[in-house]
Every structure is written in C-alpha cells, then in structure tokens.
Ligand binder design. Structure first.
Ligand SMILES: Nc1ncnc2c1ncn2[C@@H]1O[C@H](COP(=O)(O)OP(=O)(O)OP(=O)(O)O)[C@@H](O)[C@H]1O
Ligand SMILES: [Mg+2]
Length: 279
C-alpha cells in the first residue's frame, strides 16, 4: 500500500487515530470517548468520533442528541457522508452507527471502496479520530483496533475485566502483531488501585506475550459521573470539579501526548483503508 503517497496528498497526515476499547462490557468506554472528545474540543482541537459499537451505538445519546442518519445510510446509498456527520459539540463531530451496520464486515469490494471514497470526502480536517468500540474480541473490534495508531484498553478492578483485557491484548498480539497498548483504569478506589491493576497487566503482558503497556491514568468510581449519565449529561459539563472530571482531563492530557513510535502506522487514510479492508 502507498501510505507515503497518501500522507503527501491527503493534506492531513496529522490526524491522530485512537480507539477506546475493552475486553469486558460496561467499563466506561463510551463515557470516556464522549468526555475526552469534549475536552479535546475545548482545547481547540477538531475531533471526529466514530461510533464503532455497531450493536449498541450510543455516543449520540451521551451528547443528548439523536442521530437520524447513520453510516448505514451511506452504505445503502441513502445519504452521503457529510449528511451523516453530526456536530455534537463545539469542534466535536460524530459519525453515528446503528443496527444493520454489522454488515460492514461482510461488504463486497465495490461497497468498501464506495464507503472509503465517501470517508475521504469528509470536508473538515481533524486533529483526532476517536473510535468507540464494542467490548470483546469480535472481528469488528479487532479491525478497528488494528487500524488505529493507539489502542486504549479500559480496565476496571473487576477480576473478569482484567482477564478479558488480557484476552483482547493476546488476540490483538497473535493475529495483528500489535505489541503496544495503552491502559486506562476506570472505576477505581484511588490511583494506587489503578496503578496496581496496570502493573499486573503489564507484568503478565511482558512475561507471556512480549507486549508493552503504557499507563494513561485512572478514573475513580464517582457517583457524580453515574448521575450525569442518567440525566444524559457529560460529567465534564455537569460537575467539572468532581474527581472523575479532573481525572478524565488528566487522561486526556496523557492521550494527546503521543509517542512517536505509533506514527509509522500511518495517517487517517490508512485507518479507513484498514477498516474497510481496501488495502
Ligand atoms: N468512573 C465512573 N464512576 C461511576 N460510574 C461510571 C464510571 N465510568 C462509567 N460509569 C458508569 O458505567 C456505566 C457504563 O458506562 P459506559 O456505557 O460508558 O460503558 P461502556 O464500556 O461503553 O459499555 P458497553 O461495553 O456496553 O459499550 C454507565 O452507567 C456509566 O455512567
Ligand atoms: Mg459503550
């Protein structure tokens, strides 16, 4: 593939692509995607979110919005990508998903190319592409993760979350040869608990898989956050000073401090090509 060419002609080789993913469900991925995107947008970055959770697409709801068109309409020829793109907050845009999009993994070559063409025509330049994935080791989750420059695995103190995170990392390493992952610990008692979880994963990862894990921070379990979700608000807006909000801002700072190592994985065009399987 001609990634060098693409970088030269796209005009935006600088979009950072990252996924927020997990082995186990309900660990806070969508909450993080929405709040991190909001914070990056507030800092003046242009952010594009791809709702990659095809079964349970709900990023729009986090912003108290309802998508009327989804990527599925693009796929079926009922809408163009810029009709589907929603501005959900200042500087923050969303490509919504919806049921039916499961078929993405079973697209014919010509349909994939059509989608890729549409995606390449997204008018605005983005500093970040943030992808919310479904939990687990579904093909779709693996594709999305393998296409991104940075894979952020969300882990909670729940022992099954730790085991499922390890399983996801193992599969990504085995089938996609990924050797670098970032870890975000959520719903912890305190930072010490987050660090301990990270250390455990990091130790087994290094010992059995030869992967290296980067610590991106911990977010305590916070009733303010839970309440915000219930009333379809983002905690950064409703309770900007609570512990969860302050921790999410710290995680955002760590996410935006990219290491150079990932950059070889190419630009945002590379992401879309990988994802739609048009190499
Ligand atoms: N730090 C936290 N403190 C308290 N509650 C939290 C925290 N993080 C997430 N939650 C709550 O956990 C629930 C699940 O969050 P969310 O939907 O973001 O998880 P998810 O990983 O996207 O789930 P799924 O795997 O189903 O997509 C929500 O009710 C949310 O408010
Ligand atoms: Mg989710």
């Amino acid at each position: 593939m001609s990634s060098q060419n693409d970088a030269a002609t796209s005009g935006s080789g600088l979009t950072k692509t990252l996924t927020i993913t997990s082995g186990k469900g309900g660990v806070g991925k969508t909450t993080l995607v929405a709040n991190v995107a909001l914070q990056l947008g507030r800092e003046g970055n242009r952010v594009l979110i791809l709702d990659g959770d095809l079964g349970m697409a709900n990023v729009d709801l986090m912003f108290d919005k309802r998508a009327t068109k989804t990527i599925y309409d693009v796929l079926t020829g009922n809408a163009s990508m810029d009709e589907v793109l929603m501005e959900v907050d200042k500087n923050v845009f969303l490509i919504p998903s919806g049921s039916g999009v499961k078929e993405l993994t079973r697209l014919a070559e010509v349909e994939r190319r059509n989608l890729l063409d549409q995606v390449s025509q997204i008018p605005a330049m983005f500093d970040y592409l943030i992808v919310d994935t479904a939990p687990g080791i579904d093909d779709n989750v693996l594709y999305l993760n393998s296409a991104a420059q940075e894979i952020n695995v969300v882990v909670t103190p729940d022992p099954s979350s730790l085991a499922d995170s390890y399983a996801l990392i193992k599969v990504m390493n085995k089938y996609y040869r990924e050797t670098k992952f970032s870890i975000i610990c959520n719903m912890v008692k305190d930072e010490a608990e987050g660090l301990a979880i990270y250390q455990r994963l990091s130790d087994v990862g290094a010992q059995f898989l030869n992967v290296s894990l980067d610590y991106k921070g911990s977010i305590p379990a916070d009733p303010y956050l839970r309440r915000a979700t219930k009333s379809q608000q983002l905690v950064l807006k409703s309770n900007p000073d609570c512990i969860a909000s302050r921790s999410i801002i710290e995680v955002t700072n760590n996410l935006s401090a990219f290491s150079d190592i990932e950059s070889f994985k190419g630009n945002v065009q590379f992401f879309w090509k990988q994802y739609f399987g048009v190499a």
